[in-house]
Structures are given as structure tokens and as C-alpha cells.
Design a protein around this ligand. Structure first.
Ligand SMILES: *Cc1c(COP(=O)(O)O)cnc(C)c1O
Length: 398
């Protein structure tokens, strides 16, 4: 595709999501005009004269062409000007936190990813950054938590694992009135279902390990923003701290974003069908899915998301023993942490992903022993439902 039609990452593009996903950042490069961006497996670059190097590439911690292509691609997909890629979602979160200083205060959603809570609580709190955890799906709660030192609001929507949805337009408006930076971890939606920057957020964070990667074969993270000064600061942190992704991982993620729209459509189709099936079962206490009209923020989800995603949480009848038997009985769903891959996964948040959250906080949030989280993959829907049906049947009375 010619230079003049290359989708630009700086917004204003009228091209559709998949066109951008397949082309942004990916001009055929190099002497052989390879259609796919090569894996530039190099740590360093030849200089023509001391301090003079080609296209700004001097050392791969600072910059690598495969990573540059991925960063331009993700910026375009999130409709942002700048993207920075990291070796994991946690490394991306760490970089955002490093933009703050001791004494600063952060208001954070109260059911964020367990690893995010752990970085905040165990790494940055001891370094002097203060945190308040609130139910941010009620944006008005912000007013009660805000202090003179508050600099940032950090949230997920939908959240993990309770899939609470926050009105991002309303929250961003309230935060902006107070001069706060709004960071949205958009991992559960992927850029295909929701673009927080367009809804008023300042920063988007992703664990690209999940839907962006989509094949459960890469760990990665990204930050996207339109804020030039913040991007420059984050670029400095990215290089200084060095939690950068390897060229092969960047290549794999570029491969993945090309099919993101197709995968997300199928994840959503399958999750809607699974949610409807579970909702009909009398041995299921409650199904939590933003696409169900029973979901408390269903109307907000409809407004700000293209569809409702592939994640479902479900409270089973019976306690821990039922949940355990159910999780041991599934055959197609794999009992594993993580989410967003083509294969269906299932897990027990209280024992697995959210074990690092203290038990009393888990209880107050509703992360109980009967809660099971499903990452619905893109297999054939009849097979997924048959698997859940047999596991529910087998585990009854356990
Ligand atoms: C997995 C995850 C993270 C952390 O990402 P890693 O790539 O595992 O470091 C952050 N936020 C959410 C919502 C996640 O699901």
C-alpha cells in the first residue's frame, strides 16, 4: 500500500478497524519489500559517524523497528497519537506509576486485576504513593475520595472478574474538572470493542497477553495516549527502566492484531450464547455478563462498547466443593489463568487470579468461593455449551 494511503496513527482516519489493523505501521520495509514486518532480531545498529545513526535507531532497548511497527499499529487501533510497548501488562502499569512521585495519590477501581492491585499495594505504596480503592462504577464516588494530592484515576471497564462497567464519559468529565489523569485498563474490551481515549480518558493500558495477542503465546503490554508530554515522559521511563518486549513478541502481536476484529466478533457471539445458556440453568445462582439486560450497567455498556466481550462470571449454586467439581469436570474449557485466547479458559478467581487480594477485601467485593470466571474462546458454540452442560450436571450435589 502506497505511502499516501497508509493509515496514520494520529486519528482522523476514515478507514475501518480491520483495514487499520492489517496496515497501520506496516509499510513493506527493506530491500526485499517483505509484506510482513521482519523480526529485527538485533540489539544494536551501525552508526555512520559517532552519534549519527540511521532513522534514530541506536540500541534496541530504546527503539527497535519491529516494536515501532507494533506501537504505530496499536496507536492507530486505540485512536491515539502515541503507543509504547512493554514486556508485560504489569510492566506497562509500572511505567505509568513511575510517572508519579512520592506523596501523590491515586484513586483506583476496587476490583482491578489482582496483579495491578499487587503492584500498587506492595511496590508503589511502600515508595510513598497513596491509593484509595473505590467502586468506580459509581463515578460520583470520586468526589468523596479526591484529595489535594490526587493525580490519577485508574480503572478497568469492564472490571476483572466482576465485569462492572463504568460510564467513561461521565467519569472522565468529573476527573477532568479536578485535573486528574484518567487511566483505563482496556484489556477486557480490546481496542475493537471500546476506545477509552475517544470517551475522554487520557491513557489506555493493555495487557496484550490477552485479546490483542489472542493465541496464548505472548506476554506483553502497551500504553496509548494523546498527551505529548506524558508520552515523552513514558518514553524516557520505557528506555530507562528497560521492560521492553522482544522483537519476536512484537512480530507475534502484529500478526495477531490483523485478526482482532474477526476474533472479537466470534468471542462475542459465543459469550452471548454461553451467557444465555447459563442464565437458563436453575443450578446457576447468577450470571454476570454486560450483554445481559440484568447486568446493572447494561445500558452504559451498550452506549460505550461495540459489543459485550468474551468474559463471563458466574455464581454457581453450592459452595467451594461444587465449584471445584465443576472446574475439574470441564473438558474443552481449560482450567488456567489468563484470558482472551482463541481457546476457552475457565478459572476460580478466589483461589487463582485474585489470591493476592486479601480475603476480607475479596469477600466485600463479591469474589466468593462459588464464583467462576469464563474466558469464552472461538471454538464451535455447540461444543462449548455441551461441555458446560455435562460439567454442571456432573458437579450437581458435590
Ligand atoms: C493480565 C492482566 C494484566 C496484567 O498483564 P500481564 O501481561 O499479565 O502482565 C493487567 N490488567 C488486566 C485486566 C489483565 O487481565
Amino acid at each position: 500500500m502506497g505511502q499516501e494511503t497508509k493509515p496514520k496513527s494520529s486519528g482522523g482516519s476514515t478507514l475501518g478497524f480491520s483495514t487499520v489493523a492489517i496496515h497501520a505501521g506496516q509499510d513493506p520495509l527493506g530491500p526485499v519489500r517483505s509484506v510482513m514486518t521482519p523480526i529485527f532480531q538485533t540489539s544494536t545498529y551501525a552508526q555512520t559517524s559517532p552519534g549519527e545513526y540511521f532513522s534514530g535507531y541506536d540500541y534496541s532497548r530504546s527503539k527497535n523497528p519491529t516494536r515501532t511497527a507494533l506501537e504505530e499499529n496499536l496507536a492507530a487501533l486505540e485512536k491515539g497519537k502515541h503507543a509504547l510497548c512493554f514486556s508485560s501488562g504489569c510492566a506497562a502499569a509500572d511505567a505509568v506509576m513511575h510517572s508519579l512521585k512520592s506523596g501523590d495519590h491515586v484513586i483506583c477501581g476496587d476490583d482491578v486485576y489482582g496483579g495491578t492491585f499487587r503492584i500498587f499495594d506492595k511496590i508503589f505504596k511502600p515508595l510513598g504513593i497513596e491509593f484509595s480503592f473505590i467502586d468506580i462504577s459509581e463515578p460520583r464516588q470520586l468526589a468523596h475520595a479526591v484529595r489535594a494530592e490526587t493525580k490519577m484515576v485508574w480503572l478497568e471497564s469492564p472490571t476483572n472478574p466482576l465485569l462492572k462497567v463504568t460510564d467513561l464519559v461521565e467519569l472522565s468529565r468529573l476527573a477532568k474538572e479536578r485535573g486528574l489523569t484518567v487511566v483505563v485498563d482496556n484489556t477486557f474490551s480490546s481496542p475493537y470493542l471500546q476506545n477509552p481515549l475517544e470517551l475522554g480518558a487520557d491513557v489506555v493500558v493493555h495487557s496484550s497477553t490477552k485479546y490483542i495477542g489472542g493465541h496464548s503465546d505472548v506476554v506483553g503490554g502497551a500504553i496509548i495516549t494523546n498527551d505529548d508530554a506524558l508520552a515523552e515522559r513514558l518514553r524516557f521511563i520505557q528506555n530507562a527502566v528497560g521492560a521492553v518486549p522482544a522483537p519476536l513478541d512484537c512480530f507475534l502481536l502484529l500478526r495477531s492484531t490483523k485478526t482482532l476484529a474477526l476474533r472479537m466478533e466470534r468471542h462475542c457471539d459465543n459469550a452471548e450464547a454461553v451467557a444465555a445458556f447459563l442464565n437458563e440453568r436453575s443450578d446457576v445462582e447468577r450470571v454476570v455478563y454486560p450483554g445481559l439486560s440484568s447486568h446493572p450497567q447494561h445500558e452504559i455498556a451498550k452506549r460505550q462498547m461495540r459489543r459485550f466481550g468474551g468474559m463471563i462470571s458466574v455464581y454457581l449454586e453450592g459452595g467451594l466443593s461444587r465449584a471445584r467439581k465443576f472446574l475439574e469436570s470441564v473438558r474443552l474449557f481449560t482450567l488456567a489463568e489468563s484470558l482472551g485466547g482463541v481457546e476457552s479458559l475457565i478459572e476460580h478467581p478466589a483461589i487463582m487470579t485474585h489470591a493476592s487480594i486479601p480475603a476480607e477485601i475479596r469477600a466485600s467485593l463479591g469474589i466468593s468461593d462459588s464464583l467462576v470466571r469464563l474466558s469464552v474462546g472461538i471454538e464451535d458454540i455447540d461444543d462449548l455449551i455441551a461441555d458446560l452442560r455435562q460439567a454442571l450436571d456432573v458437579s450437581q450435589g458435590a
